[in-house]
Design a binder for this molecule. Structure first.
Ligand code: ARG
Length: 484
């Protein structure tokens, strides 16, 4: 039986059973080759979607008179029975089958006989897998949006507690201007709000039914594609059958949305890692979200934040992997496309887990307001405000004011002093126009209060940011509840 297969791996072992497509073959690949070509161990995860797709297809075939009503009823009941067993963990997956479609179809035929063998009428595994994957992405994007929104809510709640917690804001990782912690947390809230938009867009990209495209050219059976699409909850049907079975853009969209969100988590992780150093001391992680060292008794490591940062490489790699898999493919379906599932599962599983860990880690952390305040008053973070004082009070052009204050900073630095240490007399030594009220320009809380433009860090402006962020969040939650 295996004589025609040259020495290849496992060539001596006969295949246990004929594959479904073996009609035109006089010989079949070895077990090892069949295992190499199989996707069941990976795509079994699509069983729900595969069964839903088959039920909708069967109902549509019966409505169109291609299956009898009784055949359709047997198919639907048989599939429901299989679904219940898979759910309960009692279904035996036949590892000799190639993929989830074959595994479920052969189990169905074994149970209900000929009606099971009629299910695949007017359908190809090419439109079947595209349908399964689109249904799957829709479900995972909904779940992801829910997990993402829990993190967004946590950030908003934390921000509400820290409208008056002052800390240094950095550019180039050098102290720049004082801000408050709410302002900082709301920056991340905006990043994750945009991620919500991308997740929703990926959901919508998947929300079009390819079912009924068959292999690539459509079919001669009188299918009602709209009916099947409605049964499955799709918003629309695809326009071109060849594109329908070749298109994996919706997977790329999901992977891109996941990648950007993971990058945001990674940046936040980096900040948590930095802030939990002894040098910064801005944040103390709960003991439940840190681990120790096996050799250094004093260590408390932010492992989970590091892991989120580390896992980002995988998620970005997953997007890259699929892009490269697709880049040279001619139309229509090519077996290369079977490789599309692992990166998608990996990226979405990783992101889900990272979002959950990040949310709990933030919610249980302590923000050390005293350390932050001390760091904010220490350096020269009121320098811009001192220059602004000269502009507003003395009519000095900003460039000139910048130069004067630069000279003050240089002198302080040489003497190991801060701006707040300077008396008004000393300030007047640099520019006569400085008045008694110049000291007030240097009080760090006042400095924060000054920045009251929309989107600014003044507590008043931050309260408005909070309002807008909550409105945006509520709208997104409503949109999810209603439309996706
Ligand atoms: N297991 C295949 C995949 O995941 C299903 C589609 C196979 N179609 C085909 N003509 N071989 O891509």
């Amino acid at each position: 039986m295996t004589a025609a297969v040259p020495k290849g791996p496992g060539a001596s072992k006969p295949a246990p059973r004929k594959p479904a497509w073996s009609g035109r073959f006089s010989d079949v690949p070895s077990d090892e080759l069949l295992a190499f070509g199989a996707s069941l161990p990976v795509d079994r995860r699509l069983w729900r979607e595969d069964i839903d797709g088959s039920k909708a297809h069967a109902r549509m075939l019966a409505k169109q008179g291609v299956l009898t009503y009784e055949e359709m009823r047997d198919v639907v009941r048989g599939l429901d029975g299989i679904a219940a067993e898979i759910q309960a963990g009692t279904f035996t997956w036949d590892n000799a089958t190639e993929d989830v479609h074959m595994a479920i179809e052969s189990a169905l035929t074994a149970r209900i006989g000929e009606a099971g063998a009629r299910l695949h009428t007017g359908r190809s595994r090419n439109d079947q897998i595209a349908t399964d994957e689109r249904l799957y992405i829709k479900r995972r994007m909904r779940e992801l949006a829910t997990t993402l929104n829990t993190l967004r809510r946590t950030l908003i709640e934390l921000a509400e507690q820290h409208v008056r917690t002052v800390l240094p804001g950095y550019t180039h990782l050098q102290k720049a201007q004082p801000i408050n912690l709410a302002h900082y947390l709301l920056a991340y809230a905006q990043m994750f709000a945009r991620d919500f938009g991308r997740v929703k867009a990926a959901h919508d990209a998947a929300d079009v039914s390819p079912l009924g495209s068959a292999a690539l050219a459509g079919t001669g059976y009188p299918l009602d594609r709209e009916y099947a699409a409605r049964e499955l909850g799709f918003a629309d049907v695809t326009i071109n059958a060849t594109d329908s079975v070749s298109d994996r853009d919706f997977l790329l969209d999901a992977l891109y949305a996941a990648s950007v969100c993971q990058v945001h988590l990674s940046r936040l992780s980096e900040e948590i890692i930095l802030w939990s150093t002894e040098e910064f001391g801005f944040i103390t992680l709960s003991d439940r979200y840190a681990t120790g060292s096996s050799i250094m008794p004093q260590k408390k490591n932010p492992d989970f934040a590091e892991l989120i940062r580390g896992k980002t490489g995988r998620v970005l790699g997953d997007l890259q992997a699929l892009l490269v898999t697709l880049k040279g493919l001619p139309l229509a379906y090519n077996k290369d496309m079977q490789e599309d599932k692992e990166p998608v599962f990996d990226a979405l599983d990783t992101l889900e887990a990272c979002l959950r860990v990040m949310t709990a880690m933030l919610a249980s952390a302590t923000f050390n307001g005293d350390r932050m305040y001390k760091a904010a008053t220490g350096g020269f973070m009121a320098a811009t405000d001192l220059a602004d004082y000269l502009v507003v009070k003395c009519g000095v052009p900003f460039r000139r004011a910048h130069e004067i204050v630069g000279g003050i900073v240089l002198t302080c630095e040489r003497q190991g002093r801060t701006l707040q240490d300077l008396s008004v007399d000393e300030l007047q030594g640099f520019y006569m126009g400085f008045g008694r009220d110049a000291e007030r320009a240097l009080v760090i809380d006042k400095v924060v209060e000054q920045r009251a433009t929309p989107g600014g860090t003044a507590p008043k402006a931050v309260m408005r940011q909070l309002e807008l962020t909550k409105e945006q969040f509520n709208e997104d939650e409503q949109e999810q509840a209603l439309f996706f």
